[in-house]
Write a protein that binds this ligand. Structure first.
Ligand SMILES: Cc1cc2nc3c(=O)[nH]c(=O)nc-3n(C[C@H](O)[C@H](O)[C@H](O)COP(=O)(O)OP(=O)(O)OC[C@H]3O[C@@H](n4cnc5c(N)ncnc54)[C@H](O)[C@@H]3O)c2cc1C
Ligand code: SF4
Ligand code: SF4
Ligand code: SF4
Length: 564
């Protein structure tokens, strides 16, 4: 059996079933919860085809401007290029393409005549709506708030994500097909699940997590819940000039509160959290920013009480933590160091101890829940305990990320499609954009998942010249005049193209021609679509092509018969 090439797919794939004939894949794409076609984007961008690159991004993710700013870049953490020199700046490229590119939606598949209700217009709900519309269904979205976009629109601060980005992308998502939105319309208040399941062919619940956890400690009422505080601060920007703040919590929300408080003029901001410094769930760049902006972090402390002194100053008491873990039901199991405690004083105490589902607000007739009070979904069918009802995003997974919500919204759209069309949930479907720019849906056979190519398997990686990463850096300190202005600048056109060209296209052929030159039997040739095996019967299985490939794009079917 001669070498098998793994090449870039020539078309946009919305949902890959068996048509995805790539035997090999890169760790970045494998790690992206949104399913972004990262390599295609880099191929196109390196050639200056920004609009086309955007059409590839949009085929999986209607919010690339949001993820291109706030995603914790799972892709970059997995990037093989980090072992070569530095990881490719995938997130910054995603933002560049979404800011600069312009691409229409493909034409939806022919109308199915089926109606799907989506509850919640956050990243999960709108992705689901957009994808279900592209699959040819009529979609109605019910959103409780006056605004679309979910947490990215309501709570993530402007200096990380300017509001016009989710506003623009949510409005664009609605243009994907037959989508109607009812804002100010809440499940459990204005509409109810039993009537939605009667009036629609399928329902997708994507309401996110709305209830803030309160600490079960004396004086917890004196601590302001973090997300409510962030939402309010995003709206009114009420000054904190000269005030000090303590934030309880060790995740991204706590850091958002700390940076916001500083921008509102707080004189001193401290974070108190259970986690050790290396276990805090925030990207390294935010830890660096905290250090640069003077946020003091007290690790390994568990809050025990909040109290108010007669002069109005708040005191947070905390015990030193020996170890902790969260149980399946979300309950904290804690061991403290006896006799080791501390107290911290501030004008304001903000509590960022997590979000949970606000189940009681969703009305009667809900599907079964998990021990953590999320909606339980079958991992294969994505269905809930109620027929025709699906769930996506944080309400199904618990606290997660924007990219994960997008991935799950896309999966829920396909699951709802199979349900309304009367297909088995296990049926393998390929949804792609054809040459006529129309979405086509094909039944297909499932394939084994692609092999994820590690750096060590790229036997000629040195062919890729070492080159420094082009990634925007945060100016320090932030401008005192415009403290809420977006922190990270955008990549320039030149830098974006050069950065996209740094991608080593792990596991996918970039048509360098090395294999053709390296084959001692001259059985390989270069065609319009890159290299191909011109004389299959003549292959000796010597492996020279594989050794010469800088991308790790060649595989063999084993066992081999060596003919040398
Ligand atoms: C402050 C904060 C900062 C974050 N920062 C990041 C980050 O930097 N990067 C990252 O990847 N993730 C971040 N996250 C997590 C991320 O925002 C979520 O994982 C993601 O938004 C979940 O998407 P979703 O669509 O499931 O839910 P949501 O974004 O919560 O959207 C749910 C939507 O449903 C609506 N809704 C709620 N109840 C009802 C109802 N009864 N009827 C109708 N509609 C309803 C809501 O108004 C909302 O619009 C952050 C979360 C928070 C709270
Ligand atoms: S969504 Fe996140 S993980 Fe996926 S490609 Fe974009 S930055 Fe990377
Ligand atoms: S080099 Fe390119 S293809 Fe390889 S892991 Fe990094 S971004 Fe992905
Ligand atoms: S050597 Fe070059 S042309 Fe051959 S498979 Fe690898 S990347 Fe493609």
């Amino acid at each position: 059996m001669p070498p098998i090439y793994s090449k870039r797919l020539p078309r946009r794939i919305l949902h890959s079933g068996g048509l995805n004939d790539q035997q090999r894949n890169s760790p970045c794409e494998h790690a992206c919860p949104a399913g972004t076609a990262i390599q295609s984007v880099h191929f196109l961008l390196a050639e200056g085809k920004t609009d086309e690159a955007l059409s590839y991004l949009l085929s999986r993710n209607p919010f690339p401007g949001v993820t291109g700013r706030v995603c914790p870049h799972f892709c970059e953490s997995a990037c093989n290029r980090a072992k070569h020199d530095e990881a490719v700046a995938v997130r910054a490229l995603e933002r560049y393409v979404s800011d600069r590119g312009d691409a229409p939606w493909p034409k939806p598949a022919p109308s199915s005549g089926k109606k799907i209700a989506v509850i919640g217009a956050g990243p999960a709900g709108l992705t689901c709506a957009c994808q279900a519309a592209l699959l040819g269904h009529s979609v109605t979205v019910f959103e409780a708030s006056p605004l679309m976009g979910g947490v990215p629109r309501q709570s993530i601060p402007d200096f990380r994500l300017p509001k016009q980005v989710p506003d623009y992308e949510a409005a664009r998502a609605l243009k994907a097909g037959d989508i109607t939105v009812h804002t100010n319309t809440a499940l459990g208040r204005d509409v109810f699940l039993p009537e939605l399941t009667r009036d629609f062919d399928a329902c997708v619940i994507a309401v996110g997590l709305q209830k803030e956890r309160r600490l079960a400690i004396p004086g917890s009422d004196l601590a302001i819940p973090a997300v409510s505080w962030l939402k309010a601060s995003n709206m009114d920007r009420r000054a904190m000039t000269g005030k000090s703040a303590i934030i309880i919590g060790g995740g991204g929300v706590a850091f958002d509160c700390a940076f916001t408080a500083l921008r509102l003029g707080a004189s001193n901001v401290e974070i108190v959290c259970l986690e050790a410094a290396d276990a805090m769930r925030v990207p390294d760049e935010e830890k660096r920013q905290a250090a640069e902006e003077g946020v003091v972090i007290h690790n390994n402390y568990s809050a025990t009480a909040v109290s108010k002194r007669p002069d109005g100053v708040l005191t947070l008491n905390a015990d030193l933590v020996a170890s902790f873990r969260f149980g399946d039901d979300g309950a904290l199991h804690l061991e403290t160091v006896p006799g080791e405690n501390a107290s911290f004083n501030a004008d304001v105490v903000i509590c960022a101890s997590g979000l949970q589902a606000d189940i009681s607000a969703l009305g009667e007739g809900l599907p079964a829940l998990t021990p953590r009070a999320c909606v339980e979904v079958d991992p294969v069918t994505l269905g809930t305990s109620l027929p025709g009802v699906f769930a996506a995003g944080d309400i199904a997974s618990g606290p997660s990320s924007v990219a994960a919500a997008i991935g799950s919204g896309r999966a829920a759209a396909l699951a709802a499609h199979k349900h309304v069309m009367g297909f088995s949930p296990e049926l393998c479907l390929n949804v792609s954009v054809g040459d006529d720019d129309m979405v086509t849906i094909q039944e297909t056979l499932p394939l084994a998942p692609a092999h994820v190519v590690e750096y060590e398997e790229m036997l000629h990686a040195d062919w890729h010249e070492r080159a420094p990463r082009h990634s925007p850096t945060r100016p320090t300190p932030a401008s005192p005049l415009l403290p809420f202005r977006e922190l990270l600048p955008a990549l320039s056109e030149e830098d974006a193209q050069a950065e996209a060209a740094r991608c080593m296209h792990c596991g996918q052929c970039s048509a360098c021609g090395n294999c053709v030159d390296a084959c001692p039997g001259h059985i390989l040739d270069m065609g319009e679509n890159g290299p191909y095996v011109a004389w299959p019967d003549q292959c000796w299985h010597c492996g020279c092509c594989r050794i010469a490939c800088p991308d790790g794009a060649i595989s063999y079917l084993f066992p081999l018969t060596m003919m040398v």
